[in-house]
Structure formats: C-alpha cells, structure tokens
Design a protein around this ligand. Structure first.
Ligand code: ADP
Length: 541
C-alpha cells in the first residue's frame, strides 16, 4: 500500500550503519524518511521541515540527543513533533525520565527490535494522522464559524433594517390613522352644521334675520370644510413630493392689504368685534419674484390661527426687508403658547392642549404645512410667544427683486363689480356636476349672457363648434372626454375661440404649458363670482 501522505519521519544517529538499518526497518511503512548524523544537521533540517515523528539517538558527539531535543522544542516547525529517544547505554529509568521531561514521547533501547519499532512508529504516525485530520476539522469548523458569524451579522443588519422599516411603516400607519381620526371629526363638524342649518332654513315661518344668520353659518361651515379639504390635499401632495413651487412677480403691499380686507370680512362673520387687524408695511412697496399663491397660503394659515386663538386685542400683519431676506410676520394678542410647547407647534397633527386652545377646532396640520411650504421656498419659519400675552409667527424668504409691467393684475379683490351687459353674448359652460353648473348659471344670471350647458367633454366640443360662443368655460375632469382633450379638439377647428379653464386641482400655468394645453386663462374652484366676471371681462368686449 502506498502512503500518499506528506508526513515525514526524521531519523538521527551518528552511526551510518544504524541509520541505514533504521531506515530499512521503516521503509515498509511508506513514509518519506530524512536522516541526520548529528545535532546540528538535525536542527538545520528541522528549520526547513515539519516532521511527523523523530527518532533520536541519545549518544552523539558534540550535541547529544537530550540537548538536540531541547532545541527542537524551541523550533516552531517541530515544537509538538513526537520524538522517540533511542539508546544502548541510557536505558535506566532516570534517563527515560529525563527524556520524557525534555519532551520525548517514548524511549527505545538498542538493539532495536524491528517489529516493536515499526509497531510504535505506526501508532505514532496514525496518531499524527488523526491529529492532522482533527486539525483540519478544527480549521474547517473555524472557517464555518467565521462564515456563520458573517452570516449572523448580515442577518442582524437585515433584521435591523426590517425593524426600522417596520417602525417607519407603523409610524406612517399611526400618522394615517391619526389623520383619519382628526379628519372624520373635523369633517363631521361643518357637515353637521351645514345639514342642520340647511334644514332650519327650509322652515317657511323663519324670520328674515334668522334666515340670514343661518345662511351665514352654512357659508362659514362650507368655507371651513373647503379649507380642511385643501389642507388634507396639500398635506398628501407634500408627503408624496408632488407639491410644486412656482415663480412670478408679486407686489407685497397689495397682497397684504388684500389679505387684511378679506380677513376683516371673515372676522366680522366670526363675531370677533373686539379684534382689530392692523397692517404694518414699508412705505415703498416691494415687488419680489416668488410664488404668490404659496406666500398667501402661509399668511392665510397664520392669520386664521391668529384670529382663531385671539378673542380680543389686535392682530398685526406685514413684512420688512431685512438684508437679503423678506421677513413676513403675523402678531397677535391672543392666548399665547406655553414655552415648553413652542417648539412642537410645527409638528404634524400637533395641537397644544389647553383649555383656551381646545375651544377652537383644527387638524394640527396648518403650521406643519406652512413650515414645509416655506422650506420648499428656501426660507424658514419661527414663532415667539408668551402665554396669555400673544404670539408672533414669522417667516423669511430670499429677496429676489422682480419688475412688474404696469397692467398685470395679480390679485382679485372682492370689490363689488358692476354687472356687465352681455345679453348679446354667449358662453359654453362645460361642467359635469349639476350643482356647479347651477352655481355658475346663478352667478352669471345678472349679466344676461346666453348660457349653453355641455355636460361632458364630447358635448363641450360639439356645442362649442356648433354655437361658436364668445367664451368657453371648461372644466377639466369630466366623463367621456376630459377638458384638455376637448380643448385640443376645439383648437384644431377654431383656434381663435376663448377658453378659460376651471379646475379644482390648481394645476400651475407651467404644468399646463408643459402639457401643451393651449388655453387663454384659468380660474380655480371654488369659483368666486367677482373673479369669474373679472376674468371673463378681459375677453368679452
Ligand atoms: P390647528 O389646526 O390646530 O390650528 P396648526 O398647525 O395651525 O393646527 O397649529 C398647531 C397648534 O399651534 C394649534 O393647535 C395651537 O395650539 C397652536 N397655535 C397656532 N397658532 C397659534 C396662535 N396664533 N396663538 C396660539 N396658539 C397657536
């Protein structure tokens, strides 16, 4: 049987004949055999090889077997190699003991019995084999262990990520549930009031004053509902990254004055007679490049809150140019905010729960939306407040001066607009919702304009082409064919017709231009009668 292992045996003896006969005895075992004739040669070989067994003669000139063995034990290659000492003279127990103490595993007396030698060598070599395979097993285990540890740490990371994702999902889900809870309460309140007062108004015995009062409640609740829906829409647009910021010139004094006028009316409707709204503006009006709608939206949020949380005293709104920033502010003398809560008011759904604040309704979304709008516009928002004294909310935006050509009208005032006489004019109103159509019909009744109703996109196209009206008021979302498709078809045949888009999505001009929608003007729902007539007047002569 051929031994294929790389295990080697070293035989050391100063007598060549002994060396030869030992090698001869072991030949049959088929292990490679190295030989050395003195201690120095042995150590030299040990430096180069790692042996599985060393047979070492004790009695040698210069360096005897014991000394050689001591050196072998210091050599890293053969530190643990089993060594069998061989001697003819040192056979007494004290030498055997010395040999064992120096690190030998066995002791063989000369003359050597070939059978015993082979049997012993075989046992030691087999032991070495076992040791080697054990070593290999251990190293394999160690590698597996390393791999396992890597795998475990990978899994731990995945688990960690999963846990994070789960927490995030739970937070989103919590936020969504909270939104739903808040919303259903907030929606139910104005809807109940609209339904309740609408019922009361139906009573034929109602006095004129009561009727007016109830109508005011219905109108207020409807406004609240609309505000709420817009808040929810804005919130979800911001969350999904669809919230767009535009850029247009904006005259700041005009805008603030307009806001004051509308809020004076709102304040009167809310029976806040003890509250005045002041404005604090620079003498020279600034015109900046910004998103006027968004600034208005933030100001409306802040002013609505100021009115909501202030029963008496004053609210001051305005702005100042401060180096390279325009700083807008809304100051009130209301309930104020506890210092520990100030930081939190911009968080989603955060409502400060005090007896005073809980009197008013709200979703806790307004300030969070305002903050995110201001950040999207490159600015920041903050508040200083003192409990029971009042608050000052402010936000700063980058100052980018803009030049406005004289006739641009950026704001629609609520001043009374005299009814134009459009009795010889006609309009196609494309609107699938009957209630919306009835409102538009009522809003335009006093102008005597001839109204043609198209109930879907297809009708909008056919009726516009048949009647060639002076103006088309085009809804966007309609069954059969949407407003944009209808516009494209009309434009192909009658490019000169005036088309005003009416939309609830408040798509921006830029977006519509990008979609290549060729329209003349746009008006956003809910439609204000004055705004409608003013916009139409631009095109009907
Ligand atoms: P809400 O819909 O509750 O008004 P907001 O996000 O607009 O939500 O405001 C968050 C909270 O900040 C409010 O619930 C209120 O407690 C507090 N807050 C906001 N504005 C004022 C203010 N002008 N005066 C006092 N507290 C205010």
């Amino acid at each position: 049987m051929e031994n294929t292992s790389d295990r080697k045996i070293l035989i050391v003896d100063d007598n060549e004949a002994n060396l030869f006969s030992l090698a001869k005895i072991l030949e049959k075992l088929n292990y490679p055999i190295h030989t050395a004739m003195d201690g120095m040669e042995t150590l030299k070989l040990c430096l180069q090889h790692s042996y599985s067994l060393i047979l070492l003669d004790i009695q040698m000139p210069e360096m005897d077997g014991f000394e050689t063995l001591e050196h072998i034990r210091k050599d890293p290659n053969n530190k643990f190699t089993p060594v069998i000492l061989i001697s003819a003279i040192f056979t007494e127990n004290q030498y055997k003991l010395k040999g064992i103490q120096t690190g030998a595993v066995d002791f063989l007396p000369k003359p050597i019995d070939p059978g015993i030698l082979r049997a012993k060598v075989k046992v030691f070599m087999e032991l070495e084999e076992h040791k080697a395979s054990l070593k290999a097993l251990i190293s394999e285990l160690a590698t597996k262990n390393d791999q396992l540890e890597i795998e475990i740490s990978k899994r731990k990371k995945v688990e960690e990520k999963l846990r994070e994702a789960k927490n995030k999902a739970e937070k989103i889900s919590d936020a969504k549930s909270q939104l739903l809870v808040n919303m259903s309460h907030e929606i139910r309140t104005p809807v109940n009031s609209i339904l309740g007062f609408a019922d009361l108004i139906a009573n034929p015995n109602l006095s004129k004053e009561d009727k007016e009062r109830y109508l005011k409640y219905v109108s207020n609740s409807s406004q609240n509902l609309l505000f709420l829906i817009n808040e929810i829409l804005d919130h979800s647009r911001i969350e999904s990254g669809e919230f767009k910021i535009n850029s247009a010139p904006c005259r700041l004094n005009d805008m603030i004055i307009e806001l004051k006028e509308s809020f004076d009316r709102i304040k009167a409707q809310q029976d806040k007679e003890n509250l005045v709204i002041n404005i604090d503006l620079p003498k020279d009006q600034l015109t900046i490049k910004t998103d006027p709608q968004r600034i208005k939206q933030v100001m409306i949020n802040l002013i609505s809150n100021a009115i909501k949380y202030t029963d008496k005293g004053s609210i001051t709104i305005g702005y100042r140019l401060n180096k390279k920033l325009v700083r807008f502010f809304v100051k009130d003398t209301g309930i104020g905010i506890e210092s520990s809560e100030v930081e939190n008011v911009f968080s989603r759904f955060k409502r400060v729960e005090t007896q005073d604040s809980l009197k008013s309704q709200g979703t806790g979304l307004g300030l969070s939306i305002s903050q995110r709008i201001v950040i999207l516009m490159g600015g920041d928002i903050g508040v200083e407040s003192e409990l029971h004294k009042g608050s000052e909310f402010h936000f700063s935006l980058p100052y980018i001066p803009a030049i406005l050509s004289g006739n641009e009208s950026q704001t629609i005032t609520n001043e009374f607009i005299k009814d134009p006489d459009w009795s010889k004019k006609s309009i196609v109103i494309a609107e699938d919702e009957e209630m919306n159509f009835l409102f538009l019909q009522e809003a335009l009744r006093s102008t005597n304009i001839n109204i043609i109703w198209a109930k879907n996109g297809k009708e909008a196209v056919s009726k516009s082409l048949e009647t060639e009206p002076d103006l088309i008021l085009m809804d966007v979302k309609m069954p059969d064919m949407n407003g944009f498709e209808a516009i494209n078809l009309i434009r192909k045949k009658k490019p000169e017709l005036v088309i005003i888009i009416q939309t609830a999505f408040s798509k921006t001009d830029d977006e519509l231009t990008q979609q290549k929608i060729n329209y003349n003007d746009m008006i956003t729902k809910p439609i204000n009668r004055n705004a409608l007539i003013k916009t139409m007047s631009k095109y009907i002569r």
